[in-house]
Structure formats: structure tokens, C-alpha cells
Design a protein around this ligand. Structure first.
Ligand code: NAD
Length: 547
């Protein structure tokens, strides 16, 4: 566990140390011995009452962005209370600390900035990344989430403003999987931005220059990875919201250097594969029999297709047969072999030997997909005609409109249900409210990566795994799919309710650790009683004595 050098902090400095601060909950003895007397109101208040106060205050906030700012403020003041609150209101607060509100918060990051959180490493820091990491006080970082801000959710290049994403994701590691917050470090690599609006904004806090894409960029990333692995060996490095040309090559380049993964590909692949397994429990079909059309052929699409291919291989298909189950449509139309010369490497394995098709509508009419997945960042692309055609050909169309935030979804839950006569099995990336359809309440599932990455991270950290394998994500997906109760499937949702998140993450954590032991990738010994050891490892938002 993290060494707690900060225990000696006293007085005002203690109140300003969010990890240790208890606000009005300091005991009489702590007030005397830690120089707090007079600095806080006299009555000692338990965390339950503090929670009532912050929950009430949260309710006064007039907008989602105001709620986000309030929560970040609380996190910066009293981390224990922040997580106590978040854990009790996961369903309500997930869309605030993560998508969709975090998207808006990123767009406005430089304007709502109050306190720094995490590390920013800019192009100007080449050659001194080691010393920047030394500025971070914790000796025991186990997980770094890093972005370069180029593809934030479906919102494009937000430069330094993308910092909100690593901050948000790491909060979810703590809230969902009980990772000690001191073990986490958000990082933004600032190499400029091509977002003209930000460049023209006098309050933008990032480097005011065009995004560097050449050798200096690669050298900075390399220096960062090496320095991180040197300072904190076996620390997870999670690539987050990089543009797809960099995301694919960095994953290949670094995944065998340590426990490195890319959530946009591997986490997304795992969660959507789990959702499909749930949907297939409803339709009673096999994965290998599906015809899967993707709108979008980037990181998410390829990550999902790869995860599904693994599942199809399990069912007995060959690689080649499995690839034949997919039709990818990008901004230029269907990915076909006659486009091979100009296709990006990640699309080539999916190029089909068939006539070109420009529109999604044409592809849907031709293929009659059983599964339609939206990962294009293009809102409204699943039109009534498309859902009509799909529903005419299959009984229970599986439609996942996954683009984030909500404003980018390919269709709404309501449209999917209405246009399919209530037959669609629908899931989205950002949450949609339940929909009343013909006297039934249909609950759209949210294919949020939060169902996967905290549990995977927990298992990797607990076992000290040296690598993060695709098999770990596969096992995570199966564990998640198995955790969806039949009653939940009956309501239309293929994912568990958000208030199941901690239990699910724990199950995934244990399964992933067991996979690490099986593959001999662990650097921590396998405990005799895994369940008890996990329970002991998990950080809880409770005040501990500082004496
Ligand atoms: P990406 O940039 O790697 O890929 C986007 C793809 O969309 C590209 O292939 C591009 O050609 C295609 N595209 C763009 N315009 C198009 C158009 N008009 N018609 C057809 N295709 C078009 O991005 P990504 O990482 O794959 O993410 C895509 C979207 O998926 C984002 O909105 C992201 O928020 C969402 N996403 C959701 C989840 C989730 O729900 N769990 C996870 C990851 C990503």
C-alpha cells in the first residue's frame, strides 16, 4: 500500500490536503494534537452528516456543469467525502463526473480551471520528463491515465482541455474498484492543438500552437513512457482518447513493455462484446451467426470487432470466417478491397470483397444486419429508414448507438424503440432515460467502459501483472455479461444497473488476477484466500485516525 508520508501534516496545511482532510469530522484528540483547534467549527460531525450537507448542496446546483464544478471542488477539498458521496449516488453522478457532462467540462476546462490536478507534460519539457515525474509526491503510483487530448470523446481535438478525461476516469477507478486514490495519476501530454476555437481563446491554458505530429511528438511520448516505467515499475499506463493513428501504433509499440493498454480499443471492445452477449441471451442466438455492421471504422470499431472475433473463435469459427461477419462503413462508405491502397492499416483486415457502397442505408439493405453499431461520432446517422429496413429483416435488431457524448449518438433510445416497433435491443455510450412504449417501460443499457476498466485495473494492480493481455479483457467481458440478472435483461437493458458497479468490478478484478496467475504474469504472490485478500486491498472512503 502507499506509504503515507503525509501523516505529519498539521494545521491549515492538513485542511488543505484533500487526501487527509476530514473537515468537521476531526476528533477532539486530532484537533488538539494536529494544531486544528479553532480552525474548524467546534462540533465533531460524522461522515454521514457531512454527506447530508454536501448532497443537499449538490442539489442546489442549477446545471450539470455547476454540479461537475461542485464535485471537483469537493474532491479538491476532501477526497474521502467526495468518494463517499459518489459511491452513494453512482447512478445520478456517473453522467456528471463522466460522459456526457465531462465532455462539456473539457470544452470549458480552461475557463472553469480552479486547481491543478495531475501532471501536464508539454513539448517544452522534452529532456526533463524524469524531473517532472519527480515533482509528484507519491512513491507508489500504480496507474497512470494519459491523454494527448486529440480525440476527446466524440468532440475532437481539445488539446490541454482533455485533462478532464484522465481525471474523471481515475475517479471512477477509485469509486468503482476501490483503488487507493494516492495510487492514481492523471497526465496530459500537451503538444498543441489544431482546434482553432481554442487557439483563438485568450483564456486557453495549453500551448498556443498547432499540434506537433512529427518526431518531437514521438520522442516526448517515448520519454514519458520510459520515465514512468523507471520511476514506478509495473505501473499501469492507460492510453486514453488519443487520435486513432497514434492510438493503434502506441498500443503495438508499448503493450509488451509493461502493463499498458488502450481503453478506447480494448475497454470498449470488452464492454460492447459483453453487451452483445447479453443481447444474444435475449435472442437465443450465437455470436458466430451475427451479421454486424459498424458505422465508424476507428479505434472503437476495431476494438469491438477484435473482441467479437475472439468470441467467435471460441465458438469454433476460423479467423477468416470470423472477419466475414463484419461490414465496416467509414466516412467514405463501405470498407472494401478496391479501397485497399488508401485504407489505414487497422481497416485492411476488414476490407470486403464486394461492390462498393457509399451510404449506410445501402449497406443495411444489402447485408440485413442483425447487429448495428454506431461508433462514428456522427449524430442522427441511424435514420428511420435504416432502422425500418433492419427491423423488416430481423425480429430483434440489436442497435447500439455508442457515440459520446449524448449529442453525438447515432440515434436516441426512443427513436430506436419507436422505429423498430419496440423490438430493438438498444444500448448507447451515454445514458438515455427509460422509454414508455405500448405500456411497457424499456430501459436502455449504457455500454459504458466503466463496467470494464476499473475491474481490469484492480486485477492487474492486485496481482502486479507485468502485462495486460487481450485474454484479460475477454474474461472481463464474460464476467460482466454473466453479472446481468435475467430481470434486467427483461427490461431491455443488457448491462447491470450502475449500483451494481462495485460488485461487478470486484468480480472482474478477481477474474483478471486469476488470469494473471494462470499466465504467470503476476509479480505479487497469489494469496490463499483471494476474496479476503481483495477485501483487504480495497480502499474505502472512511476516515482513519491520523494519530
Ligand atoms: P475514431 O476517430 O478512431 O473513429 C471514428 C470513425 O468514424 C472513423 O473511422 C471515421 O472514418 C468514421 N466516420 C467519421 N465520419 C463518418 C461518417 N459521416 N460516416 C461514417 N463514418 C464516419 O474514434 P473512436 O475512438 O472509434 O470513437 C468513435 C465514437 O465512439 C466516439 O464518439 C466515442 O465517444 C465513441 N465511443 C464510445 C464508447 C462507449 O460507448 N463505450 C467507447 C469508445 C468510443
Amino acid at each position: 500500500m502507499a506509504k503515507d508520508k503525509q501523516h505529519r501534516v498539521t494545521g491549515v496545511e492538513l485542511l488543505n490536503t484533500p487526501y487527509l482532510n476530514k473537515g468537521t469530522a476531526f476528533t477532539e484528540e486530532e484537533r488538539d494534537q494536529l494544531g486544528l483547534r479553532g480552525l474548524i467549527p467546534p462540533r465533531q460531525v460524522p461522515i454521514e452528516e457531512q454527506h447530508e450537507r454536501v448532497w443537499e448542496n449538490y442539489g442546489y446546483k442549477p446545471s450539470d456543469l455547476a454540479k461537475y464544478i461542485y464535485l471537483i471542488g469537493l474532491q479538491d477539498r476532501n477526497e474521502t467525502l467526495f468518494y463517499y458521496l459518489l459511491e452513494r449516488h453512482m447512478q445520478e453522478m456517473m453522467p456528471i463526473v463522466y460522459t456526457p457532462t465531462v465532455g462539456l467540462a473539457c470544452q470549458k476546462y480552461s475557463r472553469i480551471f480552479r486547481r491543478p490536478r495531475g501532471l501536464v507534460i508539454s513539448l517544452q519539457d522534452r529532456g526533463r520528463v524524469d524531473s517532472i515525474l519527480d515533482n509528484w509526491p507519491s512513491q507508489d503510483i500504480r496507474i497512470v491515465v494519459v491523454t494527448d487530448g486529440e480525440r476527446i470523446l466524440g468532440l475532437g481535438d481539445l488539446g490541454l482541455n482533455g485533462m478532464g478525461i484522465p481525471v474523471g476516469k481515475l475517479s471512477l477507478y477509485v469509486a468503482a474498484a476501490g483503488i487507493d486514490p494516492r495510487m492514481t495519476l492523471p497526465v496530459c501530454i500537451d503538444v498543441g492543438t489544431d482546434n482553432q476555437e481554442l487557439l483563438a481563446d485568450p483564456l486557453y491554458l495549453g500551448l498556443a500552437q498547432a499540434r506537433e505530429r512529427g518526431e518531437p511528438y514521438d520522442a516526448l511520448i517515448d520519454e514519458f513512457i520510459n520515465a514512468t516505467q523507471k520511476r514506478w515499475p509495473n505501473c499501469i499506463i492507460q492510453f486514453e482518447d488519443f487520435g486513432n493513428t497514434n492510438a493503434f501504433r502506441f498500443l503495438e509499440k508499448y503493450r509488451d513493455t509493461g502493463p499498458v493498454f488502450n481503453d478506447d480499443m480494448q475497454g470498449t471492445g470488452s464492454v460492447v462484446y459483453a453487451g452483445l452477449l447479453g443481447a444474444l441471451r435475449v435472442t437465443g442466438q450465437l455470436l458466430q451467426d451475427q451479421r454486424v455492421v459498424f458505422l465508424g471504422a476507428g479505434e472503437a470499431a476495431v476494438g469491438i470487432a477484435r473482441a467479437m472475433i475472439r468470441g467467435m473463435l471460441d465458438e469454433g469459427l476460423s479467423e477468416e470466417e470470423a472477419h466475414q461477419r463484419f461490414w465496416l462503413v467509414d466516412s467514405k462508405g463501405l470498407v472494401t478491397r478496391d479501397r485497399l491502397d488508401t485504407l489505414a492499416a487497422h481497416k485492411k483486415p476488414f476490407a470486403r470483397e464486394e461492390p462498393p457502397a457509399v451510404s449506410l442505408q445501402e449497406v443495411v439493405q444489402r447485408v440485413k444486419p442483425t447487429v448495428l453499431l454506431g461508433v462514428s461520432g456522427q449524430p442522427g446517422k441511424f435514420t428511420r429508414e435504416i432502422i425500418d429496413s433492419m427491423s423488416a429483416a430481423v425480429d430483434r435488431p440489436i442497435i447500439f448507438a455508442l457515440s459520446n457524448p449524448t449529442s453525438k449518438a447515432e440515434c436516441t433510445a426512443e427513436d430506436a424503440y419507436n422505429w423498430s416497433n419496440g423490438q430493438a435491443i438498444f444500448a448507447s455510450g451515454s445514458p438515455f432515460d427509460p422509454v414508455e412504449y405500448n405500456g411497457r417501460t424499456l430501459v436502455p443499457g449504457q455500454g459504458n467502459n466503466v463496467y470494464i476498466f476499473p475491474g481490469v485495473g484492480l486485477g492487474v494492480i492486485f496481482s502486479g501483472a507485468k502485462r495486460i493481455t487481450d485474454s484479460m479483457f475477454h474474461i472481463a467481458a464474460k464476467t460482466l455479461a454473466a453479472a446481468v440478472p435475467p430481470g434486467t435483461l427483461d427490461t431491455g437493458s443488457v448491462f447491470p444497473a450502475m449500483d451494481e458497479l462495485q460488485a461487478v468490478s470486484l468480480r472482474i478484478g478477481i477474474a483478471v488476477a486469476q488470469e494473471a496467475y494462470r499466465l504467470n504474469l503476476n509479480t505479487m504472490p497469489e494469496p490463499d484466500d483471494v476474496d479476503a485478500a481483495f477485501a483487504d486491498f480495497i480502499w474505502k472512503p472512511e476516515y482513519k485516525s491520523l494519530l
